[in-house]
Design a protein around this ligand. Structure first.
Ligand SMILES: C[S@@+](CC[C@H](N)C(=O)[O-])C[C@H]1O[C@@H](n2cnc3c(N)ncnc32)[C@H](O)[C@@H]1O
Length: 139
């Protein structure tokens, strides 16, 4: 495998020549300054160095629209107040480009279609969780 590491501001065009078969933009978007439409530049800049069939992959943290646990919501708020997050308005839907009206036809989300989420939220174990108690004190 041939891996190229690029350290750059993704909000600016990348000083690297492609084309690459794949590129990662992992756990970065939720840290970029919002709104989401401004963050779209990061996706465009990384996508610009991909081959036509290249794959851009990664993950990000959704804002208040995400299905977060109570603990995760607390962390979300704290990270937006004090940490490096700026993602309260980040959604799973593509944003309207800056200066343009919202698109008329927005594809429904998997939840709206009743489809299972690829990564459903995991419930936080509580101290009275019998499964957790079993793991801690196997009989
Ligand atoms: C939560 S860390 C994730 C680090 C790593 N990608 C990972 O998956 O473990 C967020 C990273 O985004 C980077 N970052 C924030 N703003 C950026 C920007 N404008 N361009 C490139 N990287 C940025 C930070 O430097 C930090 O390393």
């Amino acid at each position: 495998m041939d891996v190229t590491v690029v350290e750059a501001d993704v909000l600016k065009p990348l000083a690297v020549r492609g084309p690459f078969n794949s590129a990662a933009l992992h756990l970065v978007i939720h840290c970029l300054p919002g709104p989401l439409a401004r963050k779209a530049a990061a996706v465009a800049n990384v996508a610009a160095v991909l081959a036509p069939t290249g794959v851009l992959f990664g993950a990000s943290v959704l804002g208040t629209s995400g299905r977060h646990t109570r603990a995760a919501r607390g962390m979300l708020g704290a990270s937006n107040r004090h940490g490096g997050f700026d993602n309260l308005g980040d959604t799973a839907r593509a944003p309207a480009p800056l200066g343009h009206p919202a698109p008329q036809a927005v594809p429904p989300s998997p939840a709206e279609l009743g489809l299972p989420l690829a990564n459903p939220p995991v419930p936080m174990p509580t101290s009275d969780d019998p499964e957790r108690a079993k793991r801690r004190h196997p009989s």
